[in-house]
Design a protein around this ligand. Structure first.
Ligand code: USQ
Length: 408
């Protein structure tokens, strides 16, 4: 297949490109390299040393693998160039990762909120609009998030996108319908993914576009089979307070003896998936395209659920790290349960990597190996969801202490 990977330079995009190229597909990376510019803006760098996209592609080609192609296009801002490229190249499938993906970054300031909304919503709409304009019947696979469902405890299992409901008619009879599970975003970033869902519903219905939306949980780990093949193919690993996700943060905190930064009571339950399983799920989704006229196909792309404080205790048991319970910069439920079904991927043959099995390897292979690159001052997560929460963080003596010396 000829596959366009929008956002192919990012954390899930890059290993997906390698995974699919290793299967013999023709991969075209379309990216504006914005994630690298955000590193510059924030003054942080990936824990793992990352080469330029061109250098990564050269190393991959020199291993004798199917060459990758790179096109510097801003999907959100350069509609005409995107449309021309799609019209001329006519890929069989498009994988869409080209969105700003960090919740704390999206909540940093009004400027960051605006950037996240305009970038993400325009990117998704530009792709859909251009596909219709050039009459492209490609399968569009979008990386969405489990966060579209929200994290309030209902007790019922979260279905794969659609919820069967019964409506009482005037006659007293009951009518059955399947609706999108109610959107309940917890950040501006998550809100953009909820808006994406509506764009997909419309274009699948109106223009018969074939669309798959993957509601992914929090990714942990760094390596996949392909990124392991050469030091210069290594994936990025974010540990800073804006882009680092919870489990990867705990791993590097343990590696540099920084108390594990649990927000609030740590009672938040979240869905997780290893990066290797993430790329495998994308491959499985590509093999199962909907047919024109079908509704959007939605998968829950996660393999297990955990409470944040249980993860901190697990990492602490493995490494001896201390745990710090900090005021939560986010506005989210202190405690929630989460039951999710991922039957569709299991039925397609996904054999999940378990956190208990893979965690120690990550600590040794990545966190300890590159610990010398960590800037401890960039570990605290200080992007607050409200002004009140920002004030609480400012005045919290524990946080100040960790921010400066990371210790005792
Ligand atoms: N948390 C801590 N300590 C930390 C960092 C986070 O306790 O040092 C807590 C947060 O308060 C939150 C939970 O851990 O309750 C998860 O935070 P996260 O930063 O790991 O994940 P999140 O902001 O939800 O976003 C990440 C990805 C996003 C993806 C999402 C999937 O950045 O792209 O969509 O995970 S999900 O969480 O299922 O919505």
């Amino acid at each position: 297949m000829k596959i366009a990977v929008l956002g192919g330079d990012g954390f899930v995009g890059w290993p997906t490109c390698l995974h699919m190229a290793a299967k013999g597909h023709e991969i075209h990376i379309i990216d504006n390299l914005s994630r690298r510019w955000v590193d510059t803006e924030l003054g942080v760098q990936s824990l793992t040393p990352m080469d330029s996209i061109q250098e990564r592609m050269r190393v991959w080609r020199d291993l004798g693998e199917t060459p990758l192609h790179f096109h510097l296009i801003d999907v959100a801002g350069e509609y005409e160039r995107l449309k021309s490229w799609l019209g001329e190249e006519r890929p069989d499938a498009i994988i869409h990762f080209a969105e700003q993906r960090a919740a704390p970054y999206s909540m940093k300031s009004d400027r960051h909120k605006n950037y996240t909304v305009s970038n993400n919503v325009n990117a998704s709409h530009n792709v859909l609009n251009a596909m219709v304009a050039v009459g492209l019947d490609a399968h569009l696979v979008h990386l969405g998030t489990m966060g579209v469902y929200g994290y309030s405890t209902v007790g019922a299992t979260i279905p794969e996108g659609y919820l069967p409901v019964q409506l009482k008619l005037e006659s007293g009879e009951m009518a059955e319908q399947e609706i999108l599970y109610p959107a309940n975003p917890g950040s501006v970033y998550h809100m953009t993914k909820c808006l994406d869902q509506l764009l997909f519903q419309f274009y699948a219905k109106n223009d018969r576009l074939r669309i798959t939306d993957l509601h992914q949980g929090i990714v942990w780990g760094t390596h996949t089979d392909q990124t392991r093949r050469h030091d210069q193919l290594i994936n990025r690993f974010d540990y800073d307070g804006d882009y680092g996700t919870v489990l990867n943060r705990f791993l590097i905190q343990a590696a540099v003896d920084y108390p594990l930064t649990v927000h609030g009571t740590g009672g938040q339950t979240r869905a997780f998936i290893h990066i290797q399983d993430s790329v495998r799920c994308i491959e499985l989704a590509l093999q199962e395209p909907p047919t024109a006229g079908d509704r959007v196909r939605i998968f829950n792309q996660m393999t297990e659920t955990h409470r944040v404080r249980d993860l901190a205790e697990l990492v602490s048991r493995l490494t001896g790290a201390r745990i710090a319970y900090l005021p939560n910069p986010r506005k989210e439920a202190d405690e929630n349960d989460l039951v999710v079904t991922n039957k569709q991927f299991l039925a397609l043959g996904l054999d999940p990597i378990k956190l208990e099995d893979g965690l120690l390897n990550e600590v040794v292979d990545v966190a300890q190996k590159y610990a010398y690159r960590i800037d401890r001052s960039r570990i605290p997560s200080v992007s607050a969801w409200t002004k009140e929460r920002a004030a609480r963080i400012e005045t919290n003596p524990e946080r100040q202490k960790f921010a400066v010396v990371g210790g005792d």
